[in-house]
Design a protein around this ligand. Structure first.
Ligand SMILES: C[S@@+](CC[C@H](N)C(=O)[O-])C[C@H]1O[C@@H](n2cnc3c(N)ncnc32)[C@H](O)[C@@H]1O
Length: 166
């Protein structure tokens, strides 16, 4: 099994620095791919060895909010094209305008530089997935956190979608 981690070059460079400083040891094969996910990311991912004939598990947690509607739809369309039947995709779902944690963050001065980057992504991601070859199920986020023995970090009313490629 191989973990492909896709992120912006500066972020991966920072992570690598921290992981090296901590002498962290990988528990599986990890291939980091420096890309902007608004551009052509499937080509470098395929070049790095992604086997599209096999079902994959995709985690896009925390990413969608940084993308516009058009960018998020393009990303999910490309991701779907790389996903064999039975592949799974997971990410959080929330409303940028009404989610209590996001509203609170927008009102916190220290969060301004980050909140300004939020574009919101698709307004109804589970609905979009259902119309584009996925079977989505939305789970309560606090229940998902509890399932991993973790408390939810803030007052979020959001959920977590897990979708299966059909
Ligand atoms: C809130 S974090 C989520 C991190 C991830 N769930 C994890 O545990 O490492 C959002 C991530 O999306 C990345 N990101 C945002 N916009 C991106 C883009 N256009 N291309 C690639 N990565 C992007 C950020 O750099 C950041 O690492």
């Amino acid at each position: 099994m191989c973990l492909y981690e896709l992120d912006l070059p500066e972020v991966l460079a920072f992570k690598d620095r921290v992981l090296t400083e901590c002498s962290a040891v990988e528990r599986c094969e990890r291939r980091a791919i420096a890309v902007d996910l608004r551009e052509d990311w499937p080509a470098p991912l395929l070049q790095a060895g992604l086997a599209t004939a096999e079902a994959a598990a995709w985690l896009a947690d925390g990413l969608r909010i940084y993308l516009s509607v058009v960018e998020a739809a393009a990303l999910l369309t490309e991701l779907g094209a790389l996903s064999a039947c039975g592949s799974q995709l997971g990410f959080e779902v929330e409303s940028l305008g009404t989610d209590p944690m996001r509203v609170q963050a927008r009102q916190t001065p220290a969060m301004q530089p980050y909140a300004q980057l939020w574009k919101g992504g698709l307004p109804d991601a589970p609905g979009w997935l259902a119309e584009h070859g996925w079977r989505p199920e939305v789970h309560d986020r606090a229940a998902v956190a509890a399932g991993y023995g973790r408390a939810q970090a803030g007052p979020s009313a959001g959920g977590f979608v897990v979708a299966i490629r059909t």
